[in-house]
Design a protein around this ligand. Sequence first.
Ligand code: HEC
Length: 109
Amino acid sequence: MAVLRSCLSLQLACASLTLTIASGASWAQKADLEFGRYLATECMTCHRSATAGGAIPNIFGMAEPRFIVLIKAYRDKQLPNPVMQSVASRLRDDEIDALAHFFAATKKQ
Ligand code: HEC
């Protein structure tokens, strides 16, 4: 009986833990998006005016993994563009994640 009771309370603890994690994740995603929007102000000047075949590539709707790889490549100076190198050199990993999330979720206005 004692075993059964501890099993039950363990299950309850697990259930509430899962709930906490689930609601935490959606909150974090929303915060991520807002943080990304805030950080993206700086990028808009250039990237909002992207045209097909122009010097500035369109980054709206880009898949997050590709976006992250590209920005980190500029940050590590593996990609040569000096403007993007300097922009990327100021970004922390969590800021890159937030930007990736924002641009993947946003269409060009
Ligand atoms: C002063 C203008 C300017 C600003 C500001 C700027 N970019 Fe760029 N970005 C460029 C140009 C030009 C390129 C193309 C560089 C190249 O040919 O390697 C580029 C390339 C990129 C690429 C690679 C796209 C691809 O398809 O290869 C990404 C991703 C990117 N920028 C993200 C950002 C983010 C995020 C910000 C803001 C934090 C930002 N850029 C700010 C001008 C800018």
